[in-house]
Design a protein around this ligand. Structure first.
Ligand code: 13P
Length: 251
């Protein structure tokens, strides 16, 4: 059966010292607690090795927020999937709307990044989601379907390693959450799209996370929906207490 997951996306926040302290605080809060979901923190590249040193792998998984579509070589400033893997990380966020929007990442690049991640033993947390205009003009189901379909050249074995995160762009950092019903409808749609391509077993085993202004006060209702398997958390993941509050929404 699929896993419930609460993953933090720190984005471009925290200095190294602040990040290590935050990771340490989350680890301390989780120690000796029985929680009903996997916990992952996705941190800036610069923090991976140091954060890995203070978290216990049985309590917290570690992820990067991006990786290169290239294997290695003359790509100044880029960070490869094998470099990420060598820090001890297990996951990588790919296709976040901020990467698509501000850095022009397209489906072709995201497929190449996904291949890099999988080849190097990283699990992609693959983000999809419509912008406000697409929500308002009613094309959101088609938009998200085509974002998921970008991965459909993966083999079933490869696809079974993907975690999907549905993040409506209009809900990210805006304080405006999708309703639990809107999230459930989209997650059910995504699962159906996956099922049509890869069959019922893979679709049922794919974790689909919700992201966008998720907080301790709304997580429980959103996570209670049958097709919502957890969250990808931005702002509320930057404080150990509020991140913990979201983790505890799975009681
Ligand atoms: P917020 O939780 O800050 O809205 O961000 C969501 C997000 O983009 C996580 O990847």
């Amino acid at each position: 059966m699929r896993k419930n997951i609460v993953a933090g996306n720190w984005k471009m926040n925290t200095t190294l010292d602040e990040g290590v302290e935050l990771a340490n605080d989350i680890n301390t809060l989780l120690k000796g607690k029985k929680v009903n979901c996997d916990v992952i923190i996705c941190v800036p590249f610069t923090h991976l090795t140091s954060v890995n040193a203070v978290i216990e792998p049985e309590l917290i998984g570690l992820g990067a927020e991006n990786c290169s579509e290239h294997d290695k070589g003359a790509y100044t400033g880029e960070v490869s999937a094998s470099m990420v893997k060598s820090t001890g990380a297990t996951h990588v966020i790919l296709g976040h709307s901020e990467r698509r929007q501000y850095f022009g990442e397209n489906n072709e690049q995201l497929l190449a990044k996904t291949h890099q991640a999988l080849t190097n033993g990283l699990k992609p947390i693959f983000c999809v989601g419509e912008v406000l205009e697409e929500r308002e003009n009613g094309t959101y189901n088609d938009v998200v379907k085509s974002q998921v379909e970008a991965l459909f050249s993966l083999t079933p074995e490869e696809f079974s390693k993907i975690v999907i995160a549905y993040e409506p762009v209009w809900a990210i950092g805006t304080g405006k959450t999708a309703t639990a019903e809107q999230a459930e409808d989209m997650h059910a749609h995504i699962r159906k799209v996956v099922e049509e391509k890869y069959g019922n077993e893979i679709a049922e085993n794919t974790s689909i996370l919700y992201g966008g202004s998720c907080k301790p006060s709304n997580a429980k209702e959103i996570f209670s929906k049958p097709n919502v398997d957890g969250g990808l958390i931005g702002g509320a993941a930057l404080q150990a207490d509020s991140f913990m509050g979201i983790i505890e929404a799975f009681d």
